[in-house]
Design a protein around this ligand. Sequence first.
Ligand code: F0G
Length: 479
Amino acid sequence: MNADGFRTIVEPFRIHSVEPMRMLDREQRERRLVSAGYNLFALHSDDVLIDLLTDSGTGAMSSEQWAAIQRGNEAYAGAPSWFRFVSAVRELFPFRHVLPTHQGRAAEKILFSVVGGPGRVIPNNTHFDTTRANIEASGAEAVDLVIEEGTHPDSWHPFKGNMDCTELEKLLISRADDVPLVMVTVTNNSSGGQPVSMANLREVRQVCDRYGKPLFLDACRFAENAWFIKTREEGYADIGVADIVREMASYADGMTMSAKKDPLANIGGWLALNDDAIAERCRSLEILTEGFPTYGGLAGRDLDAIAVGLHEAVDEDYLRYRIASTAYLGNALLRLGVPVVVPFGGHAVFIDARAFLPHIPPLRYPGQALACALYLEGGVRSCEIGTVMFGRHPDGSEQPAPMDLVRLAIPRRTYTQSHIDYVTEVVERVAASADELAGMEMTYEPARLRHFTATFRPRMDRQGVSHARSEPDGLHSQR
Ligand code: F0G
């Protein structure tokens, strides 16, 4: 509900330029799916009607951001764009060293090349896939310590992204020397876009202090997290979002960031930290791989777009709309009886594919089957976050991920309410014939980050499927 009590979500912007979308028919989509090896990352995005693959870099920039692009200055070193960028970053995250990067994973790569390595272990509430992969690529171990409720899609805990501080302390008791830093991801993308409370951040800080460990935020969705603190945590209702963000930052010693999320830019990121010695080593690596430290892989105009985006990200009208419009989709699916992760996350609605397709065992990839079905049915592209993404372990074994989710990520300021109503209708149709899906088989698997490039085929057999039917069946029925 908005400030005047109206139910309708009024987008706090109007449309300034439009991007046409193309409607394919079902038969055309089926052909595209086959040639993409049933991997939605391999589609031509012109063949997608509503693209909910990610909220990363896919949002609409504002007229002020486009104006900032024109202001961009491309001096190699010390450009005015750099100074505008760094002061916007420090206004919210006052860390001593700020190293711009071309996106979040570049910041992770630099940080873990310096503090990771064999024998090291890095705890997080839940590592995002690139964070985990960068840690593992350095030879270190990535450990997820989210609270128990964070792994139960139907638990209504208001801060399901919280770190389990008892488990964190246990890890530090047994392996303190191996832990270079502790991370907390706000919001916790991989377990449903769930927020972390201020109380939890404070408690993690206390644990870190007891063992002399630095705390780093993976802060991609810091503004959405701050909005949840404001609206769900006692004592924060009257505090401005920017002040909440500054308090979150005050418990940390550094951060990694993707400017493609809450900073409302199409590209960019940064690594920020207080430790001079680590910063110096990171800066040397940055020069090697990203660029001079006042642009770090970005054009001056990108730095300017991020600077403006950071101000817009903490605007309360924007955040109220953002969180309400995500909940609008979540509530519509709940009303249809679709199992969704509750409470709804900030940037996405996550369908619990294991509950949606209870007859498909995790190693037949129910999330992948559902994501493909949503594309086939209505041209909606979503993303599996489950056993395909997280099922392969460094020791070579394959195990079911804790959850099999399908993420409907909502690009910022991009789709209207009728686009979302259409998505709801597509999910409703897939739900009506869900028992006809039989899961997927992987036909190619790369060595790392397999979900990006693996290929699949729909299972035609229903062996191992819990309530088997007599007729042969595939991903979808013949209509
Ligand atoms: N950390 C989190 C929590 C993320 O969600 C992402 C990216 C990254 C780090 C890496 O940032 O893409 O700029 O290199 N998430 C995107 C997603 C890709 O779809 O959730 P990046």
